[in-house]
Design a protein around this ligand. Structure first.
Ligand SMILES: N[C@@H](CCC(=O)N[C@@H](CS)C(=O)NCC(=O)O)C(=O)O
Length: 362
């Protein structure tokens, strides 16, 4: 009797589990699929990234090669851009030389696994800081270097003036990006049906749009302006007025090495702080006799700021002297005198009403 009820109970349990599992399977899967599979904690745990970089004699920076102004492989084989300059700033902080860098170009889909696998020391590639990426991909975002938002571009002669007019269109978008997910969410929110056409690289995405295989294409505003600058006829395209998302872009490091996290973070802060102090690559040497104690600490004339990071005390001097302050980096790559012609906007120093604010270097 007892045995019979036990079997019944076991059968009921199996039935319940089966039903629960079936219930789950019939739940519609969210479309599109998650941008990245979650990764387990780093295979190469902690470690001393700084010591590894010094022993190898170069920094390995994961970058973009296809976005002019941010990360771009030039015809002479060199890399240039805003993100590239932050790789150089790190190299200057570590080696006193901005050129001890190996650039590893990465697509959107491969960037996080490459970081997690230990193949690069830092990822500096127009990468948006999100909660999921910060928790599930084996890395940490350090700080935002460029505050951006997602946009949609259409041909001027399409007559489309708003995302609400995109019903029935095909929209080109790149795989493994925040862009792909935001698009789905924002279009659902305004009740517009569209067909996403997904590609692995920026070149494929943009070429499909230019060939008329899509009615529109979408990515970060900066990415659109950057790619538009190399379109055959940039004036034939316009960006719709809606900003679909917040896209705070910045460097990411692997979990497990707090000293390296600090070095990357304070390198970024040094560029903000130099701008706030009015220190540039051109005038920095005139500050070497300053009596301002905060500037003296930053430039290594007093205190042991660099040593606290595991670097030499002239780390920030080298960043500014050899690469520049934030304004110089921005203007050189993205500013009014470049093909992108971007305004500082949110990316101005807090003293000018922007969001860039460095904690005290002391
Ligand atoms: N900020 C977004 C988008 C970044 C992104 O990968 N954008 C594309 C479109 S411009 C890109 O840089 N592609 C270059 C490539 O994969 O070659 C993210 O972090 O997901």
């Amino acid at each position: 009797m007892v045995r019979k009820s036990f079997i019944m109970l076991a059968l009921l349990l199996v039935l319940a589990l089966t039903l629960a599992a079936c219930g789950q399977a019939t739940t519609p899967a969210p479309a599109p699929a998650p941008e990245q599979p979650a990764v387990s904690e780093p295979a190469q745990v902690a470690g001393n990234t700084l010591a590894t970089i010094k022993a190898r004699g170069k920094l390995i920076c994961g970058v973009n090669q296809a976005v002019p102004g941010f990360g771009f492989l030039q015809s002479d084989g060199s890399f240039a851009g805003f993100d590239i300059d932050f790789c150089k700033a790190l190299s200057a902080a570590i080696f006193g030389d901005p050129n001890m860098v190996e650039y590893r170009p990465l697509t959107a889909s491969e960037r996080f696994t490459t970081l997690q696998a230990g193949e690069i020391d830092v990822l500096i590639r127009n990468t948006t800081w999100t909660l999921t990426r910060d928790t599930e991909l084996g890395g940490n975002f350090v700080h935002t270097t460029f505050y951006d938002g997602q946009g949609i571009q259409v041909p001027v002669d399409s007559g489309i003036n708003s995302i609400t007019e995109l019903g029935g269109t095909a929209i080109c978008v790149q795989q493994g990006t925040t862009t792909e997910l935001n698009l789905a969410d924002q279009m659902a929110a305004v009740g517009v049906q569209y067909t996403p056409v997904v590609f692995e690289t920026a070149d494929e995405t943009v070429n499909a749009y230019l060939e008329g295989r899509c009615d529109a294409w979408t990515t970060d505003m900066s990415g659109i302006v950057a790619r538009q600058s190399i379109f055959p006829d940039p004036t034939a395209h316009k960006i719709l007025p809606e900003v679909l998302s917040k896209e705070p872009l910045g460097p990411m490091v692997r979990h497990g090495d707090d000293q390296w996290f600090d070095i990357v973070q304070w390198t970024v802060f040094a560029t903000f702080q130099a701008e706030e102090f009015g220190i540039t690559s051109q005038n920095i040497d005139t500050f070497m006799s300053t009596e301002n104690p905060n500037i003296r600490q930053m430039l290594g004339l007093e205190g042991e700021m660099g040593v606290k990071l595991g670097l030499s005390n002239d780390w920030a001097y080298n960043i500014v002297k050899l690469v520049g302050n934030y304004a110089e980096i921005f203007n050189r790559n993205l500013g009014p005198d470049t093909p992108l012609g971007l305004a500082r906007g949110l990316n101005a120093s807090w003293v000018d009403g922007g969001l860039l604010y460095a904690p005290p270097i002391r």
